[in-house]
Design a protein around this ligand. Structure first.
Ligand code: ATP
Ligand code: MG
Length: 564
């Protein structure tokens, strides 16, 4: 492709709304253009990269027996009502105004509606169906460029099995395919155990790319390889020990003391002696008190996994209404009509201080066995950096990460919801056992850029680079340069290289170099008058910046070595 007839709108300025490297560079390199918040056009270079990623995905999905389908994005709303997911998705789902239809955020329902009519016997399974298709989600904060779009491309696949062992096999096949896909796309990734969340189901793993720009947080053990999303991660932090003696509850006047730190200072006790209170509402009607060890953080996803969905923090006026006090003075003693849960670390602990449900007062000597009627202990705390690994004791790292893929043992939830039954070997009617597996196509690209860039621009791996070679004709007004550049361009095309040729005249050499580094093709060939006099051109490897002068006669030979 020649620059002179192409649409490669690069820009020098950093776009105002973009803060993370992939977003900035995708805009600056002219891969995408925003149309609305979270909605992007893919321009020619961007689209080439998308195609490459999709081809890798197709190769590997086909290799595990996946069959490509293409399902409608426009779905009747009744289909989603049957599984109750109109409510589950809530505001995330786009609804069509002049028809009872929705834009699909995922496709379990459509798949199930097909499967139920055709997979009637155990002999019809296993099946793996996949598609690469546009998904619509009304994400509340679409701020990281294509990493979180309201319209995005997903490879989603679905396995249908007649046995749980079959599901395990389909799931494992996907895990293997995903490893190949992400490796071929040049990503350094890790796999974490994940929360099954609103999807229901029995097992789930996420494929993660470590990145400052990631919206997920994971605990990773550098020694034994344990890795988990903090939504499920655990560490080996000991529970609080019981202390001797049986002192009575005591009210403590704590004027203007609200936070854990203030309380630690005011009472001169360690934070491990404080039971922190957090209050939530479930289904807008059940008040919940959550007790945590002083400085521990509550992970709300863990809370939802423990107690069910539809939990939100209590509003300040509700807090006063239900407890009689303001936040900062809340606790388990004397609280009525609350469901009370505590983190596992507080199991049967005593000698604790917590709020008195009376402003400016706390209660001391609380014994969880003697004084508190608990509805249960759960793992609710979020793992912190440097805590000991649950498996090997090594200090855990807590890192930001981008979720690029998700594999999920769905089980029978959707089949039951949509009545997708088959007859097993014994002639009994059973629900189809499903798995669902997603990959964000744009997220692969943005993650690749997050991991592969420098201050000058993108650095593509050859496998998904829009072009392999970027030819720069330095001064195209010079006859020799023009002729030699055109020749080399043609020779490379004949040898089936993917080449982009900066043949613009009226653009300075400096400008061309900057564009080449910004666009990030693995290899640059710089053709200038001086080298040509000796029958040479210059080669620059984008990743290392390494330059060498090569005889034109030896060019193909040299490229072959460098690119493979
Ligand atoms: P997240 O927690 O980041 O919102 P998710 O759990 O909602 O992701 P899934 O429903 O499992 O994601 O979707 C499968 C894959 O689709 C994800 O692993 C991710 O790569 C991609 N994806 C999900 N939401 C978006 C989005 N808004 N923009 C771009 N890609 C997305
Ligand atoms: Mg999401």
């Amino acid at each position: 492709m020649k620059f002179s007839i192409s649409f490669f709108p690069t820009q020098k300025e950093v776009p105002v709304d973009a803060t993370i490297p992939s977003h900035i560079l995708m805009l600056r390199a002219g891969l995408i253009r925003p149309l609305a918040a979270g909605v992007y056009s893919h321009l020619p270079i961007g689209q080439r990269i998308m195609q490459k990623v999709m081809q890798i995905i197709r190769d590997e999905m086909n290799a595990i027996g996946g069959q490509e389908v293409f399902l409608p994005a426009l779905n009747p709303v009744e289909l989603w009502q049957e599984t109750g997911r109109v409510d589950d998705f809530g505001d995330i789902m786009f609804h069509i105004k002049n028809r009872p239809m929705v834009l699909a955020p995922t496709h379990e329902e459509v798949i199930c509606s097909i499967a139920k009519n055709f997979l009637r016997s155990y002999r019809d399974m296993p099946q793996i169906w996949y598609q690469i298709q546009t998904k619509f989600r009304n994400e509340p904060r679409p701020r990281s460029g294509v990493l979180r779009g309201r319209q995005f491309l997903m490879k989603d696949s679905y396995s249908m099995d007649s046995s749980w062992e079959g599901l395990d096999e389909s799931y494992d096949k996907h895990a293997e395919a995903y490893k190949k896909i992400f490796s071929r796309c040049g990503l350094k990734f890790f796999i974490v155990g994940a929360s099954s969340g609103a999807m229901g189901g029995s097992g789930s793993q996420e494929f993660m790319v470590e990145s400052e720009s990631g919206e997920d947080t994971c605990a990773v053990c550098p020694k034994c390889g344990y890795a988990a999303n903090v939504e499920v991660a655990a560490s080996n932090v000991p529970p609080l020990p019981r202390t001797d003696g049986d002192p009575q509850l005591e009210e403590i006047h704590t004027p203007n003391v609200r936070t854990i730190d203030e309380l630690v200072e005011f009472l001169n006790v360690p934070a491990e002696k404080l039971a922190k209170s957090l209050v939530y509402m479930q289904d807008n009607k059940t008040p919940i008190l959550v007790l945590m060890v002083g400085n521990d953080l509550l992970n709300e996803t863990k809370l939802a996994s423990a107690l069910g969905q539809n939990i939100r923090p209590m509003h300040p006026d509700e807090i006063v209404q239900f407890t009689g006090a303001h936040s900062g003075s809340l606790g388990p003693i004397g609280l009525k009509d609350f469901k009370i849960v505590a983190d596992n670390r507080l199991k049967d602990a005593n000698g604790l201080v917590s709020g008195a449900n009376k402003d400016d007062y706390h209660v001391g000597n609380i014994d969880f066995v003697r004084d508190v009627k608990l509805d249960g202990y759960y793992d609710l705390r979020e793992v912190k950096e440097n805590e000991p690994c649950i498996h090997c004791g090594e200090k855990l790292r807590v890192v930001n990460a981008i979720e690029i893929g998700h594999i999920f043992k769905l089980g029978t939830k959707y089949a039951e919801g949509l009545k997708a039954y088959f007859l097993n070997e014994k002639g009994e009617e059973k629900p189809i056992i499903m798995g669902s597996y997603g990959i964000g196509v744009e997220r692969i690209i943005a993650s690749h850029i997050e991991q592969n860039h420098d201050e000058n621009g993108i650095i593509w791996e050859k496998s998904i680079a829009p072009f392999h070679i970027h030819i720069i004709g330095l001064n195209m007004k010079n006859e020799n340069v023009r002729e030699a550049s055109e020749n080399i361009y043609q020779i490379l095309l004949d040898n089936e290289y993917e080449v982009v040729f900066d043949d613009r005249d009226g653009v300075t050499a400096g400008f061309k170099f900057k564009d080449a580094d910004l666009l990030g093709m693995p290899m640059q060939i710089i053709i200038g008058e001086k080298n040509l006099r000796d029958g040479n051109v210059e080669i620059k490897i984008r990743r290392t910046g390494e330059r060498s002068v090569v005889a034109i006669d030896d060019l193909i030979n040299k490229l072959e070595k460098l690119l493979h």
